[in-house]
Design a protein around this ligand. Structure first.
Ligand code: FES
Length: 158
């Protein structure tokens, strides 16, 4: 009985809201043409292979638009101390080494701030980058990312 009264109240309230144009209903004919937006929101993925200091390779799927730190976090990869400043460009623990051909595929070249931080990283090479600054693009599918054996958390040396 109470449920029926509640239902009637709800119907009455809906009618009043529709009359006052505060509530819009979608006709059934239109509803069948309505689609979910989830396919549009699905991110495109590429493959990234991380190479640990001991040579172990870890191949993962990664979303285009994510940076390499996001990929490490999203896959819960166990790289000791990696990404300590969470991408705020203040630690250099996300130092990675790319093959020259992969380095060239990264559209955004290092900024002055990234170069300054890279200068403080251990095992620096000409193709070093900070993972938190490397944003993935479709063209980077299949890149290999070497994680150095040693890291330098610059924040500890200040
Ligand atoms: S995570 Fe600290 S500089 Fe990239």
């Amino acid at each position: 009985m109470a449920l029926r009264s509640l239902y009637k109240c709800r119907v009455l309230l809906s009618k009043q809201l529709i009359e006052k144009k505060l509530l819009v209903t979608i006709p059934k004919q239109v509803q069948k043409y309505t689609t979910s937006t989830s396919p549009l929101l699905k991110k495109e993925e590429i493959h990234v292979t991380f190479i640990k200091p001991d040579g172990e390779k870890i191949k993962v799927k990664a979303n285009i638009g994510d940076n390499l730190l996001d990929v490490v976090v999203n896959h819960d990869l166990d790289f000791d101390g990696y990404g300590a400043c969470e991408g705020t460009l203040t630690c250099s623990t996300c130092h990675v080494i790319l093959k020259q051909e992969d380095y060239d595929k990264v559209p955004d070249k290092p900024t002055e701030d990234e170069m300054d931080m890279l200068d403080l990283a251990f095992e620096l090479t000409d193709t070093s980058r900070l993972g938190c600054q490397v944003v993935l693009t479709k063209e980077m599918d299949g890149i290999e990312v070497k994680v150095p054996a040693t890291i330098n958390d610059v924040r500890n040396s200040r």
